[in-house]
Structures are given as C-alpha cells and as structure tokens.
Design a protein around this ligand. Structure first.
Ligand code: FES
Ligand SMILES: [Fe+2]
Length: 456
C-alpha cells in the first residue's frame, strides 16, 4: 500500500477560483485570547462562530488530519467516507493500491457524491444527474455530454483531491496543504509515544468491528485538549467508575494523586500523559496475559513499557486522540462551535488470537465505548461547560491552565519536553500552537503567483 504525496489533480486548480480577495473572510487576531505563558484562556475560543470559521480555514485546512486506519482498505475500490474539519471526504484505494482522498462533493452541482459510510466500488456515480468518477478521481461519464460546449474538458472536472495522504504505522492522515511539512516531521517526538500503541508487534495493528459514532454538545477543543493534558480530572470525574472497577469497591484512594507519571508536550500541539509503573499492565486480563512483557521491553524499551504503553491518553494535534490501554482511537469531528461528532475505532495487534481481540473489544466498550463508564463522564463535563458558556458574563471570565507552570523540562528518560503527570503543560502548548496557526495565513491565503513574464 502506498499513499499520495503532493499530487494535486488538475481539478484542484478550481479551489477558490471564483472568489476574489475582496470576498475573503475577516480574520480575528487571537493573541489576546490565549496567554500560554500565564496559563489563561479566553472562553470565547469555544463559542465564537467567527473563531470557529477561522479554525476551519487556518487549523483544519492546513493540518494533518486523521482519515482512517490502513486495515480498512484491502483491495482496490475499498472506500470509507469521513470528514476533514467539516469537509466531507472519500478515502479509497485506487487500482495501483495507492490510498487517495477526494472531496465528497460532486463537481457538477455539489451533491454528496458517495452516500455510504464504507464499502467497495469501481466508480463513484452521483445520484443527482449521474456524473461518474473513477477511483483516480477522473470524471469518466457525463450524461448528455454532447450538449456541453466544445471546450468542456472532463479533465478539469475531476474530483478535488486531498494533495497529501500519509501513513504512520497504520494511521492514515490527510492534509490539504500540498507544501505542508511531512507527517513524520510534524509528529516529531510524538512518534515515540504513538509507537507504544502502534508498534508492539512486527505485524502491526488493525481495527476491528465498525466505527462507533456519537454526538456531544461541546466544542471540539475541550475533548482534544483533555486527552492531551488533563490527567487530574480522573480521580474526581471518574470516581464512580473507579469504584466499580476497584477490587475493594472503595474506588480511588488519596494516594492516587501522588501517582508517578509524566506528561509530554510538543511544540506542534500534541500531548500525552501517562502514569509510570515498573509493572505496567493491561486492564483486560486476557490482554495482560497475552503480552510477553520482556519481549515488549526489548522492542520498545523499558520506559515505553512502564509508561505510555498502557493507561495514558494522548492527542495528535488537532483532533486525533487515543487510549493505548484499551485501543480506543478516535477523531473529534467539529460540527459547529457547540457540537462534536466522536468517531471511535477499536485497535488491536493483528497477531492477537481472536479471544484476546475480543477481550480487548469488550473492555474497550465497557470503559470508553459510546456508553462506557468512563466515556459518559467526560462527555457530560464538556457538554456542561458548553451549556453554560453562552452568558455574557460567563463568557468574559478566563479559564485556568496554570497547573505545573515552569515544570516543563527534558527529563532524560522520555523524548522531548515533559512535565509532571498532574499538570496543564500540554494544554498550554496545545493552545500556543493553536494560536500560532490561527494568526498565520494558510496556503489558500497566499497570493497567486504572477503569470509568467510579469514582474511582481
Ligand atoms: S450534482 Fe452530481 S451529477 Fe449533478
Ligand atoms: Fe476522562
């Protein structure tokens, strides 16, 4: 399997073609809304529709966004439909087994081209007037084509293609910016933390079951930021779940707050938090018994096995998060400033026996499935934050991200900068990067190059 790398089709020249700069949206300077050094965040960044629209242009239209898992594509024509920000996309394997992604909107009059969640096909045929496109995005047939003007060129009317698609150990990401830094560079040290989930076995990973999808009231950043940074909500928010899962039934003890662990923060906005324990283990008994911990230590190193391999959570900026202990990988699709659509997959090692995969699936559903005992707690917090954010006074009061200011350092064990486990450090760096992108023009805002022969 390969992925497309910087090969926008001729059709992509159509992006923004009819829109002169005078119709460009007004951008908001967010400098005053994020104080990453002081740990203060203005609440309007979760509610302001203008800021949300700017995120679509300056965050989602230029960042590497999770599309799907490679195991969802086995043969040419396999496809999966998803979103990049609010842009609908079709991800498919073409005849050469290359993974490509296209805007899921017909070039004729804009109908949603592919209306299925996933499947296999030879062509994508629009159900409105019947234009049909092949797996390479080329417009192949147009009913009544003779009625179009002589210079009607089907090459110009192919699907708009996502110019960059790249894979990192089974995770497929797409980027609308053809000149974006490579995925691996953008991930940087985050690869080490991802590897603790993706690279436990030479055969790699796969997703099992379908994609679980549910809606939450709340801004997408509340979820993405929490998975990057906030470990300390666990004891309070999930107290009842911890009680259910505790062997004594008494739930969290006071000393949990002293749990050793680290939190990784990336200059590119990623974050990962994890307790560390020399006897780190998986909660699903069958999964715990399946793993040969000595072999894992050999493969990943002691530090990865004792920390980021199990009970952590993490976010790849902007909107991909995961929980290695139960194999939950998910994307927080933004659906307006006040709504998130969560899409979650269950990830397992390909080489696991079926009964171990099943044990992981059940543990995943019990804890972080749509009605999982932990998942429900988190969604409730985000929805309640959003629900009370509309009032003028409420919205004017800054939020606090000050835990662990100054604790960021290179710890000599874990790659990159880390902080204490109980800290807001990765939250501050998430919003620092967010603000940088929000205040920097993206690829689609750069002036078009002057025609050949004309000087600037
Ligand atoms: S909108 Fe697709 S063929 Fe007309
Ligand atoms: Fe949580």
């Amino acid at each position: 399997m390969s992925t497309t790398d910087s090969c926008p089709s001729e059709a992509n020249a159509a992006i923004g073609k009819m829109r002169g700069s005078e119709h460009g949206p007004k951008n908001i300077d967010v400098s005053a809304l994020v104080d990453a050094e002081g740990g203060l965040i203005d609440r309007s960044i979760y509610t302001d529709p203008g800021i949300y629209d700017q995120e679509m242009r300056r965050i989602f239209a230029r960042s590497w966004l999770f599309l799907a898992h490679a195991s969802q594509f086995k043969k040419p024509g396999d496809f999966f439909t998803t979103f990049m920000g609010q842009d609908p996309v079709i991800v498919t394997m073409d005849k050469t087994k290359t993974i490509r992604a296209y805007l899921n909107s017909c070039r004729h009059r804009g109908m949603r081209l592919c209306r299925a969640d996933a499947g296999a096909t030879k062509m994508f045929t629009c159900t409105y007037h019947g234009w049909s496109f092949d797996l390479a995005g080329a417009l192949q047939t147009v009913p009544n084509e003779k009625a179009y003007p002589e210079d009607f060129d089907k090459k110009q009317w192919g699907l708009i293609e996502v110019p960059r698609v790249a894979e990192y150990k089974g995770l497929l990401f797409g980027n609308w910016d053809k000149d974006a830094e490579d995925l691996e560079e953008t991930l940087g040290d985050m690869r080490y933390y991802l590897d603790a989930m993706l690279d436990r076995d030479p055969e790699g990973t796969e997703v099992i079951g379908g994609v679980m999808k549910w809606e939450l009231e709340g801004n997408w950043k509340l979820a993405a930021e929490q998975f990057a940074t906030d470990w300390y909500h666990v004891n309070m928010s999930h107290a009842s779940a911890l009680m259910v899962m505790s062997p004594t039934g008494k739930g969290p003890k006071a000393e949990i707050v002293a749990t050793p662990g680290r939190q990784f923060l990336s200059p590119n906005g990623h974050g990962a938090g994890f307790p560390t324990h020399p006897k780190s283990r998986f909660d699903a008994q069958a999964v715990h018994e399946h793993y040969d911990y000595d072999a894992l230590r050999e493969r990943l190193g002691d530090a990865a096995v004792e920390g980021p391999m199990t009970t952590g959570h993490a976010t790849v900026f902007p909107s991909f998060s995961y929980l290695p202990v139960n194999g939950s990988i998910r994307i927080w699709h933004p659906k307006g400033p006040n709504k998130i659509e969560v899409w979650a997959w269950i990830l397992v090692d390909k080489s696991m026996p079926e009964d171990v995969k099943d044990a992981q699936r059940l543990y995943n559903l019990r804890t972080f499935g749509p009605s999982g005992i932990f998942e429900a707690d988190d969604g409730e917090n985000w929805s309640e934050i959003q629900a009370v954010s509309g009032g003028f006074v409420t919205n004017s009061v800054p939020l606090n991200f000050q835990m662990g200011i100054g604790s960021e350092r290179e710890d000599g064990v874990y790659p990159g900068q880390t902080s204490e486990l109980y800290s807001d450090a990765a939250g501050r760096s998430f919003y620092r990067h967010w603000a940088e992108l929000m205040n920097t023009p993206a690829w689609h805002e750069r002036p078009a190059p002057a025609p050949a022969g004309e000087s600037a």
